[in-house]
Ligand binder design. Structure first.
Ligand code: UTP
Length: 415
């Protein structure tokens, strides 16, 4: 009863009494679940985030400067071989690990089940997890080492993900080299500023963005695990880019040789006016900046050699040293607001599936990590070699195009 009073008073303070709207219809277990959940939600935090997210960040353009990058296509053979050898040696010395961030909701794709279990329609069909694993199996053959693979899940998809790996016998990869860890969650807020219910007895909470990865790695003892293995470099990517090279000795070698603690692969932004996240230096620190902050002159600005200055975009392919990860696990990341489609329970207790985005989600982004360093290495790669993500069925990043690009890269000819 004491907990009920606490929950009721919290809801009253934050004007969220509707969350107990079905309380009297619930069974004892459901009542306990709901009250416990409400007592553990940080309402202060979520409403502060909601209020703060109403105003956009303003960045004076004189605080934005270009960041140097390597262009894979323009490297001399000598440099290419030099960097690649450094990276290969690190991989062969078992210093390299991969983190796949698969805790997202995949709301745009709207596929039932973890996004990593979505199958690309190739022959034979392959799930996104298996495609990722193929890279690691190939590396095992090339370098003679089993690269440890760490997979970040959400509370929502963790069990389903693990079940899938068991069902598929870990795609033939050594089970003892695969580790799962789970990230945190935050409630969603609808357009009226209210938290929503997922079930009549459950407030909807969802994963809080891929930038939660470092803290989750610490909390789940993944950092300890990596340190015990003497891992020095960790590659981070999402689960949905079917052609990304996640074991790339060139990228690793460039970053090691630079003596920087972090690096990122980029893509050249062809359309200066397209909305993208662009690499640049902000307030003296490396950062990824929303292209809306660039003036039309900056969007087309070139250096003395005719190379564009602000045209490298983020493809979620990042490298961090072990000490960088330890540092980042102690840092607070900003939250970004995204507008996403989420099912909810309406006032009549019925589940509603919206046709369009209806809720604000608060997410940490992994790329905010770069601002904690003085420098990062950037390697510009080609779209046809490394960028074919699956985001939704009808948009530009659809499964059909991803399939086409995958087959092209793998040299698969369809009869
Ligand atoms: P996206 O931001 O594209 O999100 O994530 P998503 O979940 O795939 O899809 P939408 O936006 O809901 O449609 C890029 C990568 O980051 C991971 C995703 O799983 C994906 O691999 N991610 C995202 C997390 O691991 N956790 C999160 O909280 C969010």
């Amino acid at each position: 009863m004491e907990s009920y009073d606490k929950a009721e008073s919290l809801l009253k303070t934050y004007k969220q009494e509707h969350l107990l709207g079905f309380y009297n219809e619930l069974n004892t277990n459901e009542k306990e679940f709901l009250i416990d959940q409400i007592c553990h939600i940080n309402f202060k935090q979520i409403f502060e985030l909601y209020e703060a997210s109403k105003t956009d960040e303003v960045i004076p353009t004189n605080l934005i400067e270009p960041l140097p990058y390597f262009d894979k296509e323009k490297l001399s053979k000598k440099d290419f071989d030099f960097f690649t050898t450094i990276g290969e040696n690190s991989i062969k010395n078992c210093e390299y690990a991969v983190v796949t961030m698969a805790g997202g909701q995949g709301t745009r794709l709207g596929y039932k089940g973890p996004k990593g279990t979505f199958e690309l329609d190739i022959v034979p069909k392959k799930s996104l997890f298996e495609i990722t694993c193929d890279n690691l199996k190939k590396a095992k053959l090339l370098y003679g080492t089993t690269i440890p693979w760490y997979i970040m899940t959400s509370k929502y998809n963790d069990q389903q993900t693990k079940d899938f790996f068991n069902l598929k016998n870990f795609f033939g990869y050594p089970k003892e080299s695969v580790y799962f860890f789970t990230q945190s969650e935050l409630p969603l807020i609808d357009i009226s500023g209210n938290l929503i219910l997922e079930e009549t007895y459950k407030v909807k909470e969802v994963s809080n963005g891929n930038g939660d990865v470092f803290r989750s790695m610490k909390d789940c003892s993944i950092i300890d695990n990596m340190k015990k293995k003497n891992i020095k470099w960790v590659f981070f990517s999402g689960i949905d880019n079917v052609i990304l090279d996640i074991v790339d000795p060139l990228f690793l070698g460039i970053t090691i040789n630079s003596n920087f603690q972090a690096g990122s692969k980029t893509l050249f932004k062809k359309d200066p006016d397209a909305k993208d996240w662009v690499f640049a230096r902000k307030n003296g620190k490396p950062a990824i900046i929303n292209s809306c902050h660039f003036s039309s002159i900056m969007k087309k600005a070139k250096d003395e050699n005719g190379n564009y200055l602000y045209r490298d975009i983020n493809i979620l392919a990042h490298l961090f040293s072990m000490s960088a990860i330890e540092l980042l696990a102690t840092k607070t990341f900003p939250y970004h607001r995204a507008f996403k489609k989420n099912t909810f329970v309406n006032d009549e207790g019925m589940k509603q599936v919206p046709d369009s985005p209806n809720t604000f989600k608060f997410e940490n982004f992994i790329f905010d990590a770069f601002e904690f360093f003085d420098n990062i290495s950037l390697l510009r790669v080609r779209e046809q070699d490394e960028f074919a993500p699956i985001k939704d069925f009808n948009g530009i990043h659809n499964p059909e195009l991803a399939k086409y690009m995958y087959e092209k890269k793998m040299n698969i000819v369809n009869k």
